[in-house]
Ligand binder design. Structure first.
Ligand SMILES: *Cc1c(COP(=O)(O)O)cnc(C)c1O
Length: 476
């Protein structure tokens, strides 16, 4: 039989080979994109490089895979990457993924992975405390990402307001349940509504009031109108840090509205929730009154995908929502003291996600995280000033390091000029910027999302942008 483990010698050889390929790249990838001009057909061919009809040399395969990943990936680990909320992963969290894969604990049942499960419980408690939930009112679960956390929130809210839902399903509900969120909220909410069987018609998107987030007055009117029309409002989702422009909704305002109308208050803090560990935490005021929170860890907490938290202040809701009984799962001795994640969340077999956040927290503490997040917060201010000094116009106004900007020259031109300018700047490999439309104008969007981004990186990027405007290169 083949040696599926490989020999110890070969294991060491390919591990050290991988390390030598990866470590210098981790220290600083030379470019955000090694090969920015992608040809899908050529890449399809490269993906087929090793035939499954025969055995291949492990060293050759590993080498090629690492090289191809370097060549055909946007490198979010690069300090010039100012793209979406994709971070540079800190080293301890990378190691955590490796350790997890080696030991492969099965977290579905508590008794199969007691220590790992208790690590996750601890982290959930600690984050619940940070967000201001009462000590004895904290529950939650680790998810693969914000999308799963938001889906979990909707399932919990449905269970809470429509106790017949888990048994009888959506068809048994006498009225259409309605979820409210802002027009800038994340599309994973729509996907979740489709997934649970409510459909997009059950999600009402309320316009934002400029930079102040969801229009509360309008929200109130729509809820009242829905009640009159025979719909059943049951949930409001506030966003703390919208994906496009970094808006934080008025969370206290939503909280009191939810109290008045008896609605589930969920906060999608996938990105912005991280500032809870900094001195800027007051920006999230009102989040402590929420019924549940989505917090992505693979965004501002700088750990590899996929990792997020779903937190709730309704301690029995997860159990009620996901309870099933099986004959084949191991039963735990003490049902009260322990929680089996498989009856507490969407997933069944479950990876040890929590180690990725536990290791850096145990080594650097909250103080370490406060420092790296505050640094990025400050780099946002540095970038804002640099852009301003160089004649760029900031269009959005977020307290978070998300900047949407344009230039007087671009304001007069068609959108395609901005798209082309961004493509040119990105193809230098020194940075990676995105675009985002605000009031019918396509802006350039930059988000500080890498703890290694320094002022020199930002100066270089603003210079690259200036060169494009001065040369009017995209306009010729
Ligand atoms: C990123 C994001 C999501 C989706 O999270 P994933 O981790 O990508 O699944 C949801 N909401 C907001 C506000 C986000 O920024």
């Amino acid at each position: 039989m083949i040696n599926f483990d490989l020999s110890q010698e070969l294991r060491e050889q390919i591990l050290s080979l991988s390390k030598h390929q990866l470590d210098p790249f981790y220290a600083q990838p030379s470019k955000t994109q090694q090969k920015p001009h992608l040809n899908p057909l050529a890449i399809k061919a490269i993906a087929k490089q090793f035939s499954f009809e025969k055995a291949n040399d492990p060293e050759e395969v590993v080498n090629a895979v690492i090289q191809n990943l370097k060549d055909y990936t946007v490198h979010t680990t690069h300090s010039g990457y100012l793209g979406l909320f994709n971070p540079r992963a800190n080293y301890l969290s990378i190691l955590a993924d490796l350790i997890t894969a080696y030991i492969n604990p099965q977290l579905a049942a508590w008794s199969h992975a007691a220590y790992a499960n208790e690590i996750e419980r601890l982290v959930i408690q600690e984050f619940g405390n940070k967000f201001g939930y009462q000590q004895d009112e904290i529950d939650g679960t680790f998810c693969t990402g914000g999308a799963e956390s938001n889906l979990t929130a909707i399932l919990c809210a449905l269970q809470y307001y429509f106790p017949a839902y888990p048994e009888e399903g959506i068809l048994a509900l006498p009225k259409r349940p309605i979820i409210y969120c802002s027009s800038e909220s994340h599309h994973s909410i729509l996907k979740a509504a489709k997934t649970v069987g409510l459909g997009k018609a059950s999600v009402k998107s309320i316009p934002v009031e400029g930079n102040n987030g969801i229009n509360l007055q309008l929200l109130k009117q729509v809820i009242q109108a829905d009640r009159k029309q025979g719909n059943q409002p049951f949930m409001v989702i506030g966003t703390a840090g919208t994906t496009g422009t970094g808006i934080i909704d008025n969370l206290s305002g939503i909280a009191s509205l939810c109290k008045t109308f008896k609605l589930w208050f969920h906060v999608d803090a996938a990105y912005g929730g991280a500032i809870i560990v900094t001195k800027h935490k007051d920006l999230l005021k009102g989040i402590e009154q929420s019924d549940s929170i989505t917090l992505d860890l693979h965004k501002w907490f700088s750990i590899p995908m996929g990792a997020s938290l779903f937190l709730t202040s309704k301690t029995s809701i997860l159990q009620k929502t996901f309870q099933v009984s099986t004959a084949y799962m191991p039963a735990d001795g003490d049902q009260v003291a322990t929680i089996d994640p498989y009856i507490h969340s969407i997933q069944w077999s479950r990876r040890f996600i929590g180690l990725k956040i536990y290791l850096p927290l145990a080594v650097f503490g909250w103080k370490g995280y406060a420092e790296i997040i505050a640094h990025q917060f400050n780099m946002g201010i540095v970038l804002k000033n640099l852009l301003h000094e160089n004649g760029w116009v900031i269009i959005n106004s977020s307290p978070l390091p998300v900047l949407c900007f344009s230039h007087p020259v671009l304001l007069k031109k068609a959108q395609s000029f901005t798209t082309e300018l961004v493509e040119r700047v990105n193809s230098t490999g020194e940075t990676w910027l995105s675009t985002y439309p605000i009031n019918n104008h396509l802006t350039i969007r930059a988000c500080i999302t890498n703890y290694n981004t320094k002022k020199v990186d930002l100066e270089k990027i603003v210079h690259l942008l200036n060169v494009q405007i001065l040369q009017k290169a995209p306009f010729s």
